[in-house]
Design a protein around this ligand. Sequence first.
Ligand SMILES: *Cc1c(COP(=O)(O)O)cnc(C)c1O
Length: 357
Amino acid sequence: MQLNKTLLTPGQMKPKPADENNLGFGRIFTDHMFRWDYKTGQGWHNARVVPYSPIVLDPAALIFHYGQEVFEGLKAYRGAQGGIYMFRPQANLERLNRSCARLCIPAVPVDEALEYLYEFIRVEQEWIPRAPGTSLYVRPTVIATEAALGVKVSGEYLYFIIVGPVGAYYPEGFNPVKIYVEEKYVRAAHGGTGEAKTSGNYACSLLAAEEAHAKGYTQVLWLDACDRKTIEEVGTSNIFFMIGDEVITAPLGGTILPGVTRDSVIQLCRHWGVKVSERRLSIDEVIAAQKSGALKEAFGSGTAAVVSPVGVIAYQGQELKVAGGGTGQLTKRLYDEIIGIQLGTRPDPFGWVVKVA
Ligand SMILES: *Cc1c(COP(=O)(O)O)cnc(C)c1O
């Protein structure tokens, strides 16, 4: 393993953001980026940290025409007692490789990729913000770079990582979201690419999201592509419902993204003795449970927000309140526990946290 570094001098570096309470998400990037090349016959080679800069590609590069791409999203943050940590980074890299396999992209060697990732985070560690709830968002991405206009599997790739400080998701406490149950558009069908984190899934979700925003909703709740009845996921989060004392989420059948946070939520609930079912759940069952009072909570799960409470579900012209439009107890407990494990203020029984520096 050899990582070459071309680093800026302190005088060439950008100023760090002055206001850590106003970082937003995905707008600020650090001084450097990580790059790693692939060529058929050569494999992955030339891993390097270089100044953050535009990527120069041939206009015929396959990524521009046929979207052969995968990405990941994870975070690095400061522990409560100092030190720099990441949450289940190996799970993200293993998922990256499963996405790669679906898109005919060669796998990256996970152990080497993790070492490079940690080393890159150490290079940029001064960029990790200190305000509560803030972190450094990490975006590994693989793109097909071979210049060729026939539809084919690329013989060349670039794996790059960019990172940037992001704000606290709930600076003023939980903010329950209003979600719109989508009946016109679908996100993924069996046999498609729904379980891969690949650009096309997001490109084709934009129109539904725009239409939902125009109606006053934050996120789209996707139903299955066959009969638009079974719950899949919400926007870029997995979704959980608590009905009676059962916590329910969609099974990993190929059409939903296997979230690392989803898996953490399931493991924690089981650890606490809370019943979790990965099963098909129809929107009709959710509506009936809401009407009978059995629907206790609903929340999305994902790296960015950890868990985000659902306050309102809109379906066929009706608006249904969940948890009185507020945040349910289990949602709050999961949030506090996962954040506590991440920061090192609570025990980490599953060994999820990795110390990077
Ligand atoms: C990334 C993502 C998730 C959440 O995954 P995490 O690993 O928990 O961040 C869920 N659904 C979709 C569609 C996603 O892209």
